[in-house]
Design a protein around this ligand. Structure first.
Ligand code: G3I
Length: 361
């Protein structure tokens, strides 16, 4: 059995009890026999994903940053861009109409700046994670517009010059590519999207502004609806700079789906950010699921394919790839159970890590 396969098996079973030294033997012999070859670069501690040809980011949890040294160390070592998993959402930043709370968000931004990381803001306007005062807001159109503009302006100005880009709008579209009837649309009409970009740009003209959504790789109508809407915004000179594709995808979604999503979105000429990547190995949600070595290899192939496709789009449009969370242990899919990320629960590199390196080779 090829030594690297032993390593895969050990990495898979690492947190399920495969003898550590066995993998160490596999690693050392591997290294002593032939210097680290490109297909085992992941074994080389000197290698890091923050040196990829484009920004490599993660959505981070501020509590974990404060309480888990290994979590913080992994961020410093492997990532060149950070997104707040929750600390910059409306509910967190604006818990009451006259109250803003920037504590956790500022902690993240200051940490990022101190460690040379870019910050991508997530998210100014979304119809989820809303504080009660907005859900119960009583007012006419001018009152809603004033509240809407004040939130965007206050937040963007607070982070001006420290946050490089924003998901101005998150998850506004439905599966048929139409604008959902969110609380913002109900009170401000479909133009709430145009207004959000105009207010954000006015507050920080240097920040790159994105429309972010999921499912670009899952079906044509959603993707085509988003692209058509973005082209219409551009035609109206609305200051939009990029499209964020979340890519909460699965190991077997398939190359053609990922290819269409990445190439058709890049064909708009706008910046492209794969903003919330994770690749599920248990998309069906089988209870008690433990990934097989074969499934983990398929996941590595999927990471390789997506990074390869992304690396082929024009450099000037590459805003980067951000994974949603860092390790399988802090993934929002952990309880499914799932193991969707390049690092396992022990902060160890999985074959997916090698897949990423092979993808940009
Ligand atoms: O902070 C409160 C805490 O005070 C309270 O005790 C606790 C119990 O209710 O809730 C905590 O808030 C939770 C928050 O995460 C912070 O942990 C919210 O209930 C929970 O809904 C929220 O879940 C986040 C979810 O977005 C909704 O905002 C997930 O962590 C986050 O991974 C997920 O991320 C989304 C992206 O923003 C958009 N795309 C999909 C992605 C995954 O769902």
């Amino acid at each position: 059995m090829n030594k690297f396969k032993i390593l895969i098996a050990c990495l898979v079973l690492g947190s399920f009890g495969c003898a550590k030294e066995e993998s160490e033997n596999a690693i050392t012999t591997q290294e002593s026999e032939s210097a680290t070859t490109s297909s085992t670069l992941a074994l080389d501690e000197g290698v890091t994903l923050k040196n990829l040809p484009f920004k490599f980011g993660a959505a981070v949890n501020v509590n974990h940053m404060k309480s888990r040294p290994e979590y913080r160390d992994l961020i410093i070592k492997e990532y060149s861009s950070l997104t707040a998993e929750n600390a910059m959402k409306i509910g967190a930043l604006h818990p009451a109409q006259d109250t803003y709370n920037f504590t956790d968000a500022d902690y993240l931004v200051n940490f990022a700046i101190a460690n040379g990381k870019r910050v991508h803001g997530h998210t100014l306007i979304w119809d989820s994670s809303l504080p009660a005062w907005i859900k119960n807001f009583q007012g006419d159109y001018p009152a809603w517009k004033k509240m809407f503009e004040l939130h965007i302006t206050t937040v963007v100005k607070h982070f001006k010059g420290r946050v490089a880009s924003w998901d101005v709008i998150n998850e506004a579209f439905d599966d048929s590519g139409n604008i959902q009837n969110t609380i913002w649309r109900q009170h401000l009409g479909p133009n709430y999207i145009d207004m959000a970009f105009i207010f954000a740009h006015r507050a920080d003209p240097a920040a790159k502004l994105f429309i972010n959504d999921y499912g670009h790789e899952n079906g044509n109508s959603r993707r085509e609806g988003i692209i058509a809407y973005v082209k219409a915004l551009r035609a109206k000179k609305v200051p939009i700079d990029g499209i964020g594709m979340q890519f909460h995808t699965r190991y077997n979604r398939g190359t053609s789906s990922w290819t269409k999503a990445i190439n058709e979105t890049a064909a708009t000429g706008l910046l492209v950010h794969i903003s919330e990547l994770d690749i599920a190995v248990n998309p069906e949600g089988v209870k008690g699921y433990v990934p097989t070595a074969e499934r983990i290899t398929q996941q590595a192939e999927a990471y390789k394919t997506i990074f390869k496709l992304y690396n082929a789009i024009p450099k000037a449009q590459q805003w980067g790839i951000t994974t949603w969370n860092l390790t399988d242990n802090d993934s929002h899919l952990k309880s499914r159970p799932d193991y969707p990320l390049p690092f396992d629960a022990n902060y160890q590199r999985k074959p997916a890590y090698q897949g990423i390196l092979d993808g940009v080779k």
